[in-house]
Design a binder for this molecule. Sequence first.
Ligand code: FA5
Length: 341
Amino acid sequence: MLDALRELETKAQAELQAAADTQALQAWNQAYLGRKGALAPFFQQLRDLPREERPLAGQTLNQVKQALAAALEARQEALKAGERAAAMVAEAIDVTLPGRPASIGRLHPSTATLRRIYAIFAEMGFQVYRAPDIETDMVNFELLNIPPHHPARDMWDTFYTTTEGVLLRTHTSPGQIRAMREYSPEPIRVILPGMCYRYEQVTARSEMMFYQVEGLAVGTEITMTDLKGVMAEYAKRMFGEGRSMRFRASHFPFTEPSVEVDMDCILCKGQGCRVCKYTGWLEIAGAGMVHPVVLRNGGYDPDVYSGFAFGMGVERPAMLLHGVNDIRYFFGNDLRFAQQF
Ligand code: FA5
């Protein structure tokens, strides 16, 4: 029996070393150490041995069983370690690769331009006044001296809500009424920035939504000279020293007299180019003295008070400053454009 046991141990050890995965180990375990395994009959035989042979045979049988169990455990550990090592190689992470940089947000080009404009007017004593994008027909048109039949409504047609008389503002001028009604009879010096909306053919120069900045000054001694000085100062600070200005007679229902404010073309320096349509001049704002009817609608007595107002785009000057040739880039949501600023 002892010889047979030794022989079995040698065979079992050899098979164990050959087992290459956990499945093979399980099969081996059943074949040798299991209830019906190769060792089990030896325990039966033990009972049939002569009394004097039993201690040595029993001891040897236990030794073999323990040796095989220990060998199984060692083999299991070795296999696991091998599997772990293989996985480390197969799923290796190259920690020397540089990390992906966190992307840092930046200001939208319109916002950046707006902030430049705020800074320029802040130094001239203008505060920012916020007015709503959603307006009533009354404030967007009627109180600005544009009654329902007025032809200017065609030029400033907009998008309407399903609520009668409520629309998206076409310009920032209705904010004039809101600021005047809040401050009258105090003097006012504000700029009113914000988004405007128009039922407009979208082209390289015209969007259906764009920013404007309105300016409004109301007091007892405000004259056209103040308007000219403020516009000239703005042009100089925004577009550089040595600007020439031109004030062209124009018409807006809410100002009287009304002007278009032009400056010499910054690209061709007044020589004439494609951008200024070979005139040498670029329009930078519509402006004028606040119409007496509008002053009255805002709560100021036009015999005592006067004021000037102007309204200008934001994307168009940004296009000039940064050499952008199509306004549609501003709200096209293409990061390749926005990231250049
Ligand atoms: C007005 O909107 C008047 N409310 C301006 C004003 C205010 C005059 C106060 C007098 C007193 P206008 O429609 O011209 O005017 O627009 C003013 C500026 O807004 C334009 O010079 C231009 O820079 C910008 N703008 C107008 N329409 C568009 C458009 N579709 N896309 C981009 N910018 C536009």
